[in-house]
Design a binder for this molecule. Structure first.
Ligand SMILES: Nc1ncnc2c1ncn2[C@@H]1O[C@H](COP(=O)(O)OP(=O)(O)OP(=O)(O)O)[C@@H](O)[C@H]1O
Ligand SMILES: [Mg+2]
Length: 350
């Protein structure tokens, strides 16, 4: 078995609040292989961004802490480090260098008063120890690589002078300037129109095959996943409820929540305006983080749930197909509950 680039096991992240500890993730396990694109999908609040923050070593910045679990990351030099317990200095050296991030809204992550060339060059100087001139050269090269016309001229532009799509390209250029082995993209295209969205996704795919980096692609939109990802992890209420290759997941979803998500993908003829729509076709709501049901978190919304064990015991991940790595957290996946829920949804929709 090849060693994964990133292997997350049983990740619990807690945020203290007056009413008690809110768990952003409740035992997330997943792995990303070198060069792979793994999509993380799920409704709002399912723990996608918290998982990304944990990988970046930024949970404490958001007022939380990693309570349990390991995040084993293979560094460029071949050494493996647990990002959950690594020293702050090590995490800083990895962040923005070996693991880079592109956020949803570039305007909040770009410095409005610094020319974009300065911002990229600063990242390069910091992580690669290059001098001023050389770093500027790398900045120009990277801008050209992400398809920004007249890159030398653009080095002196300020972020507000660029369009949304161009700013997103600059963010990607910054993220790529250090040739990371893992790029995390948290809802990178939701703020963009559909045509620009497609261009950005194409660009990332091209660059990925060029550099050989892995991508963790966070989205609530399953229709984008089919276009970009090799593997998919479906998140629900802070847990990874199903992990599979894109082919397995679409052809053979085993978790009733996954099946319901697939049913909620807009039809092709309605696709243009529906790509931004939140996944709202599933009846019921995600349980409140301070009032998790004692059994399966999806049981209250599941047509296939039975009192015992679904409402009493928390399911653990079970292998569906060990040769493809397909796993599911459902007691009743063998009984075809995914199909039952999908049928019920179809009936309700028509
Ligand atoms: N700083 C924080 N303080 C308290 N709770 C938090 C904090 N950040 C996240 N959470 C909680 O952790 C859970 C997971 O949040 P997260 O941001 O990871 O969701 P998400 O899947 O990224 O959702 P979205 O699709 O809306 O971005 C939510 O219940 C959220 O309320
Ligand atoms: Mg998020």
């Amino acid at each position: 078995m090849t060693q994964a680039l990133l292997d997350i096991h049983d990740l619990w992240v807690g945020f203290s609040s007056e009413a008690g500890t809110i768990h952003g993730t409740r035992g997330v396990s997943l792995s990303v292989d070198t060069g792979e694109t793994l999509a993380l999908v799920g409704e709002s609040g399912s723990g996608k961004s918290v998982t990304a923050l944990a990988i970046l070593g930024l949970v404490e910045h958001g007022g939380g802490r990693i309570e349990r679990g390991t995040l084993m990351f293979r560094r460029r030099d071949g050494a493996t480090v647990d990002l959950a317990t690594a020293a702050a200095r090590t995490r800083r050296a990895i962040r923005g260098n070996e693991i880079a991030m592109v956020f949803q809204e570039p305007m909040t992550s770009l410095n409005p008063v610094l020319q974009i060339g300065e911002q990229i060059a600063e990242a390069v100087r910091l992580h690669q120890g290059l001098g001023h001139r050389a770093a500027r050269g790398v900045a120009e090269e990277t801008l050209a690589r992400v398809g920004i016309p007249e890159p030398r001229k653009r080095l002196t532009s300020y972020p507000h002078l660029l369009s949304g799509g161009m700013r997103q390209r600059v963010m990607i250029a910054m993220a790529l300037s250090c040739q990371p082995s893992l790029l995390i993209m948290d809802e990178p295209t939701t703020a963009l129109d559909v045509t620009i969205q497609a261009q950005i996704l194409d660009l990332v795919r091209d660059l990925q095959s060029e550099i050989g980096m892995a991508v963790l692609f966070i989205t609530h939109d399953l229709s984008v996943v089919a276009e970009v990802a090799d593997g998919v992890v479906v998140m629900y209420a802070g847990q990874a409820v199903e992990e599979a290759t894109v082919e397995d997941l679409y052809a053979n979803p085993r978790h009733p929540y996954t099946a319901a998500l697939l049913r909620s993908i807009p039809r092709l003829d309605r696709r243009a305006d529906a790509t931004r729509a939140p996944l709202s076709a599933i009846p019921g709501v995600v349980p409140h983080p301070l009032a998790m049901p004692p059994g399966c978190a999806f049981a209250p919304r599941c047509d296939g749930a039975v009192p015992d064990p679904c409402e009493r015991t928390r399911p653990s991940a079970e292998p569906v197909n060990s040769s493809t790595g397909h796993t599911v957290r459902c007691f009743r996946w063998c009984d075809g509950v995914a199909g039952t829920t999908a049928q019920a949804q179809l009936g309700a929709a028509e």
